[in-house]
Design a protein around this ligand. Structure first.
Ligand code: TYC
Length: 102
């Protein structure tokens, strides 16, 4: 993590007190080709969801177009996005995964 990844919080005396890392949402996006079962597997493997939660989130993506799968500091979020994309591509699926600042 670099200095610019840290957000300064000002205390009541106007002093810089603590620094907290900005957090990033990871979203999976819908497409017409990735099998539902595969998305459920991704949510279980990379986002530690149980079958019921993973199924709910997958259906939310399918009907709404996208859903937040987790919120993480930048390094963890970008690693996870890359791992999900690599896993999807190695299984020949076009699944899209993105991160955005919370
Ligand atoms: N829409 C896909 C289908 O009908 C399922 C799907 C869900 C794809 C979520 C991607 O992120 C996704 N097979």
């Amino acid at each position: 993590m670099t200095e610019k990844d840290l957000e300064t919080v000002i205390n009541t005396k106007g002093e810089n007190e603590i620094k907290v890392p900005p957090m990033y949402k990871i979203l999976l996006l819908n497409d017409d080709f990735t099998p539902m079962d595969f998305v459920v597997e991704v949510l279980r493997l990379f986002f530690s969801m149980d079958l019921e939660q993973a199924t709910q989130v997958m259906l939310e993506i399918h009907t709404e177009g996208a859903a937040v799968c987790g919120v993480y500091p930048s390094d963890i979020a970008s690693t996870k996005v890359n791992q999900v994309i690599e896993f999807a591509r190695s299984n020949q699926h076009p699944l899209r995964c993105v991160m955005e600042e919370n």
